[in-house]
Design a binder for this molecule. Structure first.
Ligand code: NAG
Ligand code: NAG
Ligand code: NAG
Length: 340
């Protein structure tokens, strides 16, 4: 009797052990991946409850991304980027970038588009490889995308005209442009107007990024590293005109960045799904064609979500998408560029 009892105890213990091991094996790799991701993105949580909540969101994103990539139905992949522990709603709220409100929005196109007759269009343009594009920056938890987009376009035209590539200061635009709402948004055109009126913009090293709205620290002693003289809009909803502009310089755009896949983009050619809206600002730094079966055309975009997003902070997105006069994710709705 005692013997059978002992065996029963052993059996029960055995089952318990097996269950515990199975749970550990099922959970530990995911938790280990979470720890690895936390280390990579320097993420810390205030307490265990918050960490557990973040882990569950991470797990949900991880599973979505895995199954998306395994299905392989799209020309791009998703990745566990810096948004891996955030829900889609959280990304939308933490990186709000809907523009600076209708009231401050300047009248669009003055009419002149200097590249309208430019017909010497190269098959491929990449301002990054020509040395006119700095590394992707990170706006952080602040809706300053328009300042970043403006700065990328100014860095581009400055390098093209002067030969010097200098990282410039989005924080100065956020703090000093009277029409900027800092972390709550702004319009790229207002940023250009500020830089024109101010007689230039400082370098990133002399006016560092803080990801919070501050008071303007630009005075007569601030060294202005780049200047522009004006700005122009590209005729809207016309990817041919957009190509003419991009062939000549990096161009600021507004884009509809809603949707799970846009946020989780990891690389390849983005082809949606996405909508038409103003939710984000980016900068087009090139275009080209993949000479595959379909001769797929693409734009190359610079983002401000850090180098951990997309392809080192950049994105390839389909160009000349049929049935979207305004471009994929409405990227051709309101492009503009600074002049010098
Ligand atoms: C930073 O400011 C100093 C003067 O305060 C200037 O000499 C220097 O060139 C500036 N650096 C850049 C990269 O603009
Ligand atoms: C200009 O701004 C800098 C940085 O905020 C500050 O250190 C300096 O004292 C200011 N100079 C004047 C003349 O206000
Ligand atoms: C698009 O832009 C091109 C070049 O600037 C121009 O020739 C063409 O007429 C425009 N198309 C439309 C539909 O406005």
């Amino acid at each position: 009797m005692a013997h059978r009892c002992f065996i029963l105890v052993l059996l029960v213990l055995g089952v318990m052990f097996t269950v515990a091991t199975a749970r550990a094996i099922g959970d530990v790799p995911m938790r280990a991946k979470f720890e690895q991701w936390m280390a990579k993105y320097e993420r810390f949580y205030t307490d265990a409850t918050e960490k557990e909540r973040r882990f569950q969101i991470f797990k949900d994103n991880y599973e979505y991304i895995e199954s998306f990539n395994k299905a392989g139905k799209y020309t791009y992949t998703l990745a566990l980027n810096n948004f891996a522990d955030m829900t889609d709603d959280e990304v939308d709220t933490s990186y709000p970038c809907a523009g600076g409100g209708e009231s401050e929005r300047p009248k669009s196109a003055t009419g002149s588009f200097r590249y309208a007759d430019f017909d010497d269009l190269p098959d491929e343009v990449d301002w990054a490889s020509k040395g006119a594009v700095t590394n992707a920056k990170n706006q952080g938890n602040c809706g300053s995308c328009t300042a970043f987009s403006a700065v990328a376009a100014i860095e581009g035209i400055s390098q093209i005209k002067t030969g010097n590539l200098i990282p410039l200061a989005p924080q100065q635009i956020m703090d000093c442009d009277p029409n900027s709402l800092g972390c709550k948004g702004g319009w790229v055109s207002n940023a250009f107007i500020y830089v024109i009126n101010n007689g230039g913009i400082a370098s990133e090293v002399n006016y560092t990024y803080k990801a919070v709205t501050g008071s303007c620290a630009a005075n007569e002693t601030l060294y202005l590293a780049a200047t522009i003289s004006g700005y122009e809009f590209v005729p809207p909803n016309n990817e041919t005109a957009l190509m003419q502009a991009v062939a000549n310089q990096p161009v600021s755009i507004s884009i509809c960045a809603h949707g799970r896949n846009f946020k989780r983009y990891g690389g390849g050619l983005f082809e949606g799904p996405c909508d038409s809206c103003f939710s984000h600002a980016m900068t087009i730094v090139g275009y080209g064609t993949y000479y595959d079966d379909d001769d797929t055309e693409y734009w190359r975009l610079k983002n401000s979500y850090g180098e951990g997003w997309g392809e080192n902070g950049f994105m390839y997105i389909k160009r000349n998408v049929e049935s979207y006069g305004e471009g994929l994710c409405s990227l051709a709705k309101e492009p503009l560029y600074p002049t010098k």
